[in-house]
Design a protein around this ligand. Sequence first.
Ligand code: 13P
Length: 338
Amino acid sequence: MNFEKLCQTARDLVAPGKGILAADESSGTIQKRFDSISVPSTADNRRDYRELLFTTPGVEEAISGVILYDETLRQESSSGKRLAAVLADRNIIPGIKVDAGAKPLAGCPGESVTEGLDGLADRLAEYVNLGARFAKWRAVIDISDTLPSAHCIEVNAHALARYAALCQEYDLVPIVEPEVLMDGDNGIERCEEVTTDVLHATYHQLHLQGVKLEGTLLKPNMVLPAKQSGETATPEEVAEASLRAYYRAVPAAVPGIVFLSGGQSPEEATLNLNAMNALGSHPWELSFSYGRALQQPVLQAWLGEADNSLMAQEAFHTVAMANHQARYGTYEPALAVA
Ligand code: 13P
């Protein structure tokens, strides 16, 4: 393990003003995204869409890294250059999703555990050769009056720590993603309680398994009222509840917290990040690793048509720059994200 290299990569991923694009949708998820704009999910369409994102002029000011799916890390651009090299040439760090998805957890109805540890070491070695410098593993925590169970929290935290320790042996920065879902009908207080519990369990396991926190990043949910709760929260309320949870549970040695968007609209995700950064300086960089909140406006502009590529790139540039400003707490809603 090259500790200095790990720490440097982690810091580069959360460099001032910058954040991560999550473009690591699995085959099933990208199919859903393409279905929403009536575009067939073929390998060529996936390549064209992702190449459009990765070659958007000027976006490197706001984007430090991109999380790729296995297929994309191996794919070539239309001009025959590997897509990972297209990114690296622009000083954007290629990363790779390495989990095999959330599967039903035995004995815990309605809950899941993320799989993918078997054979992971061999895959990591290959991904490093293909140019990846960081990785992602997502645990999914369902929330209700009675969920999550302590068992579900523990097995997911344990798997996250096993993944993270292994990544560091290959000089890949592990992004540790325990996502408490925003589906359901719970209010913001319950989300804060569960998020705090999940983060505590996760850092306990990372500690037990010897993970060097300076060479990791955390990718959590923001603390929000669930979609069906009927409750609303202002960006300031989201920022206060979220920060309370992280201050209580995330060690200061972690260089950065890079949020998932989790079904928030692009504007909500940007305003909430902005509110957290506007509350002053924190022990960690507070940044983004959005999938949907960065890509929704791009998909809507692109619609699978080559003629729309420039418009789609403009949409990506606009939403990326809005989040660039939110990194400093200076985002002006007047510059509206689509
Ligand atoms: P969303 O921002 O769409 O939640 O996706 C981020 C991600 O990578 C989930 O694993």
